[in-house]
Design a protein around this ligand. Structure first.
Ligand SMILES: Cc1ncc(COP(=O)(O)O)c(C=O)c1O
Length: 397
């Protein structure tokens, strides 16, 4: 039989999906599974976006421009200007989700065997994009004890080698919920300038910041224009993950010109989804105010319920809609599987994401899970109560 590639062999499977068969089996047994494991928001997509598609009278669903429709990119630039981020339409390439922007970014600036430093725990798919690009991920540990704040710059500098091309951050973070302060961003900016590196910021959760905190983008740092690359997406902002629209943004012309060649190879981003995403930019501020209020109250109730459980440690998220929780177990992977296979309360069980898959350093995060609070409050409370009972039973086995 012809053999598949080494790259294919090394391509990581999603750490979350491996529990899916156990969840499916639980459902077949009649158990209701409360999903704390996925970041699919239950919030409604803005009506303006859906109406734009419903009411459109397109007769030929043609390719759009490779870099995305000009009108849409102009409007994205106007959206950024409202956030005090000043870019032009020509600094933007519309992509098929933030996912494609990540792979364009890696392909554009890195060769096989080059290194990218990423604070861990990090969004697990970064591993997949890096493997596809042949790039090596060099993790730098951030700790639950500091709420996953930026590790000291001196620790980054210890990891920089002649192969290092970029630092990648996620702000606010999935899975950590940490929001980097302006000071932290400035420290990173100084470091990448000093070592002549790129700084990629995945800012897909930009809108989701809590308690009046404001997001500071790397595109706002003066003098960082040649280094800064932002990955963005409509998926979470407008609860339209299925649209598959994102963008890559950089003031560095060579980066954009090169990324455009990768974009040309896939012809164009989806046409209908751009129409929806363009209309979504008209979403009134009240939509976001209501969404943020909802997430804050979900977060507050989730954290206070978790803090009632003995031996449980939780990093309080300041943004996005995830949190990392340390459990009094040795192996959260085993616990998560056991929950689905052997535990229920009144016909309900819980599916969590073991956090080890969000770390690149073997052994780290083994006793941690990630919770996504994209469910209604009653469900969250019920889920944490189930978790508490499960921990007692699991540890008494
Ligand atoms: C941190 C982060 N970046 C990027 C993505 C990719 O999103 P999409 O491709 O839907 O834009 C996700 C999706 O969950 C994410 O959490």
């Amino acid at each position: 039989m012809p053999s598949i590639s080494n790259k294919g062999r090394h391509m990581p499977a999603s750490p979350i999906r491996k529990l899916v068969p156990y969840a499916e089996a639980a459902k077949k047994r009649g158990t209701h599974v409360i999903h704390l494991n996925i970041g699919q928001p239950d919030i409604k997509t803005p009506k303006v976006a859906l109406d734009a598609v419903r009411n459109h009278t397109i007769e030929v669903l043609a390719y759009s421009m490779t870099e995305g429709s000009e009108q849409y990119r102009e409007k994205i630039a106007a959206y950024y200007a409202k956030k005090d981020i000043y870019v032009n339409a020509k600094d933007i390439i519309v992509t098929t989700g933030g996912s494609e922007a990540l792979s364009f970014a890696m392909g554009t600036i890195m060769d096989a065997e080059d290194e990218i430093i990423i604070p861990e725990p990090f969004y697990a798919n970064y591993n997949g994009f890096a493997t596809a690009a042949g790039v090596n991920v060099v993790p730098i540990v951030s700790s639950i004890d500091t709420n996953f704040a930026l590790p000291p710059i001196s620790e980054f500098e210890k990891l920089i080698t002649p192969k290092t091309k970029a630092i990648l951050i996620c702000n606010p973070g999935n899975p950590t919920g940490y929001l980097y302060s302006k000071e932290e961003i400035m420290q990173l900016a100084e470091m990448v300038k000093k070592h002549n590196l790129f700084l990629i910021a995945d800012e897909v959760y930009r809108e989701f910041t809590y308690e009046g905190r404001t997001h500071y983008s790397i595109l706002q740092v003066e003098g960082l224009e040649e280094h800064a690359i932002v990955v963005d997406s409509v998926s979470k902002r407008y609860s339209m993950c299925g649209a598959r629209i994102g963008c890559l943004v950089s003031k560095n012309k060579e980066v954009i010109q090169t990324a455009l060649k990768f974009a040309q190879a896939r012809l164009s981003p989806p046409t209908f989804a751009q129409i929806a995403s363009e209309a979504a930019l008209e979403t009134p501020q009240e939509y976001f105010d209501a969404v943020i209020e909802e997430y804050v109250s979900r977060r507050n109730i989730l954290i206070s319920e978790l803090q009632k459980l003995e031996g449980v440690k939780v990093a309080v998220p300041q943004g996005a809609f995830y949190c990392v929780v340390e459990l009094p177990v040795e192996d959260a992977d085993d616990f998560a599987q056991w929950l689905l296979e052997h535990f229920e309360v009144d016909g309900n069980t819980v599916m969590v994401a073991p956090a080890a898959g969000f770390y690149a350093t073997p052994g780290l995060g083994k006793n941690q899970i990630r919770i996504a609070y994209v469910l209604e409050k009653e469900q969250l409370v019920k889920a944490v109560q189930i978790l508490g009972k499960a921990l007692t039973k699991y540890n008494a086995r």
